[in-house]
Design a protein. Structure first.
Length: 82
């Protein structure tokens, strides 16, 4: 809900707490990645997307992951990711 209401900074802490309890939750990792991307924490978002993708090959997560790579001026990697 925090992500939907543009409270990404607050969502980061909630996601991190969830992941301390459930470190294998791919959805939690993708939400954390999105929250970090929304707050321009590109390197941290990238790391969270990589973890999410290692747990589940979700096409939407791959697209979001590619978006972060583009924001980081890594277009060739983004194309490969997609």
């Amino acid at each position: 809900m925090l992500l939907c209401t543009n409270h990404s900074a607050e969502a980061i802490g909630v996601c991190e707490e969830l992941l301390r309890v459930e470190p294998g939750d791919s959805v939690g990792w993708s939400f954390l990645a999105r929250a970090r991307a929304n707050t321009c924490q590109w390197d941290d978002a990238l790391a969270a997307y990589e973890t999410a993708q290692s747990l589940d090959q979700d096409p939407q997560v791959a697209a979001d992951h590619a978006h972060v790579l583009i924001e980081m001026n890594r277009s060739k990697e983004a194309h490969t990711r997609l």
